[in-house]
Design a protein around this ligand. Sequence first.
Ligand SMILES: [Zn+2]
Length: 223
Amino acid sequence: MAVGAHPDDLEFGCPVTVRDLIKQGYEAYYVIATNGENGCKKKVKTRQERIDIRRGEQLDAAKKIGVKKVYFLGNRDGYLEYTETLRKKLTLLIKALKPEMVFSFDPANLDFSNINLFHRDHRITAVATFDSVFAAKNEFIYPHKNGLHKVEKMYFYGTNKPNYSLNITNDIDFKLNVLSSYASQFPNFENFSNFYKEFFRNQNPEYEFSEDFRVMDIIQFGY
Ligand SMILES: [Zn+2]
């Protein structure tokens, strides 16, 4: 289960890693906290049109990766609040889907070094997801007919403290192809593609391109 704040967060964060897990036999589910409508650069009239565009782009990208289902939580882009409703929805999805791994932004990223990475929707989604992994291992917090569920590992993408990197140098065209689903974000995809390769090259000095995570092994904390 991979949780993003906006359509495209997961395509920046972990598309090759998720695709590889699917190839190994896992099922993947996406959860998108907001509609992303205020990040839509296409000139369209109504808010609903912008929501439809961004949801359509997310579904297209998820299809390329092989994701089984995308859950849209439907919150307003840029206005996400940490509410009990948000935590409850995420907890019940974890109890229903029983994922071994949960992907999210890193709630430990709190140095506010990048205006986009530290977007409040990203921060709130990260903390709510973390708290929901905790709540899911308790049968009494938001009870579900499936009972409690213990997630084994959390993978934090967009992290400032990576401890695991997947070499995606041979998959960079796949990642860019997935990102190209977001026509409303990248009106000139060639420009974006060049920028991406410059900006993200050797993020991990060992690899030309990589997906980097802080992986938290939850089982080690003694469940
Ligand atoms: Zn985002």
